[in-house]
Ligand binder design. Structure first.
Ligand code: EPU
Length: 339
């Protein structure tokens, strides 16, 4: 059954805790229901523009939404293939991502454990190519099944079609916003294989022998909770900016002034800088502007100190960007979708 609400508060649907409203909020539980919603949007029985949200964990609302907000309640997960090495599962876009990871760890399936405790849902994970501790969603995604809202037809994208990059995919391009993710096919490994190279992870696991999937999941959860706010207590959307990718020549110029600047090689001539470090150097860590703050334990995270509006968070983000631009000549881009 479609669930349709009028003049609905999105407070419970965004982790920043912004009290914005939408004219209509629709939750659907199947492909057929989404197809009928697409028809209602086309014939005007539901108001446009429409916006699809997942867990609202990468979203900053700066205004009320004048049209329809959609949310998937397609949450099932089933096995579609299994051999000696791998298992392939189909997960509904509305499945809570961390419940998917917990299930994989529970069943002894390898590959999702480093992505433990990331807020949000599976459809958005495949759109945003979430990543942490040396792994990205693209390492698991085989196919993304979508509904084209303009034609009402189903279209399946292979991982290659998705053109995954750092926190990006074709679904983030404006011309592809018409594709709504129905479900995601993900491949997990059945043979023991862990990826614990990421420094914070290898340091936390040092000295431990016979490391299990559960150990990795628990370690990731504890690193995250030591650095990132608990969304149930403090409003935030995780990292507010992406880590900037710059030419190596730019890094060399910066190293003349700041020899200790952290960086990670991306290609032969580009490197990724740590936005958190740049922001901290500008003195923003732990500081606030109105009811918006820079998280004291991770400068890349902006937080709602209580009752902030979306515009207050944006004002802080702009001030942080200006400082980083003036001091380092580096432009920060929001990772969060600002609406
Ligand atoms: N750093 C500082 N000060 C800070 C924060 C970071 O100096 O306040 C420096 C440190 O040198 C640290 C380095 O930045 O060693 C990297 O920090 P961290 O390991 O915390 O990772 P990050 O680059 O800040 C990224 C992701 C996170 C992900 C972690 C772990 C992005 C935009 N963020 O953060 O993802 O959990 O790596 O893999 O790529 C998210 O996307 O919402 C998110 C939380």
């Amino acid at each position: 059954m479609l669930k349709i609400h009028k003049d609905y508060s999105l407070l419970g649907h965004n982790t920043f805790g912004i009290d914005a409203r939408t004219a209509i909020f629709v939750e659907y539980s199947s492909e057929e229901e989404l197809r009928s919603v697409a028809g209602m949007l086309r014939d005007g029985s539901l108001p446009s523009p429409w916006l699809h949200i997942g867990g609202g964990s990468n979203l900053l609302l700066t205004r009320d939404w004048p049209g329809t907000v959609l949310h998937s309640l397609v949450t099932g997960c089933n096995t579609v293939f299994r051999d000696d090495d791998n298992v392939v599962v189909r997960a509904g876009a509305g499945m809570v991502w961390d419940e998917f990871v917990a299930m994989c760890v529970d069943k002894g399936w390898y590959g999702a454990e480093n992505l433990s405790a990331i807020p949000g849902e599976t459809g958005a994970a495949a759109v945003q190519n979430i990543g942490a501790y040396g792994m990205e969603a693209k390492d698991l995604v085989l196919e993304v099944e979508t509904l084209d809202m303009t034609s009402g037809e189903k279209r399946t994208f292979s991982a290659r079609d998705c053109r995954y990059g750092y926190r990006s995919s074709i679904f983030k391009q404006p011309e592809n916003k018409r594709y709504v993710v129905l479900s995601v096919l993900l491949r997990l490994g059945l043979r023991p294989h862990l990826n614990i190279e990421y420094r914070a992870l290898s340091e936390a696991l040092a000295g431990k022998d016979r490391i299990s999937l559960q150990d990795v999941r628990e370690t990731v959860r504890s690193i995250r909770s030591s650095k990132l706010p608990d969304p149930s207590e403090t409003g935030s959307a995780g990292s507010f900016f992406t880590n900037p990718v710059v030419p190596r020549s730019r890094l060399e110029e910066l190293q003349r002034h700041w020899p200790e600047i952290p960086y990670y090689p991306v290609s032969a001539d580009t490197v990724k800088l740590s936005a958190g470090w740049l922001i901290e150097q500008c003195g923003w860590k732990g500081r606030s502007l109105g009811r918006a703050g820079v998280y004291p334990r991770q400068a890349l995270v902006l937080v709602n100190l209580g009752g902030a509006s979306g515009s207050e968070i944006v004002a802080l983000a702009d001030a942080v960007r200006t400082s980083v631009r003036e001091r380092f000549g580096v432009e920060l881009s929001p990772e969060v979708n600002i609406l």
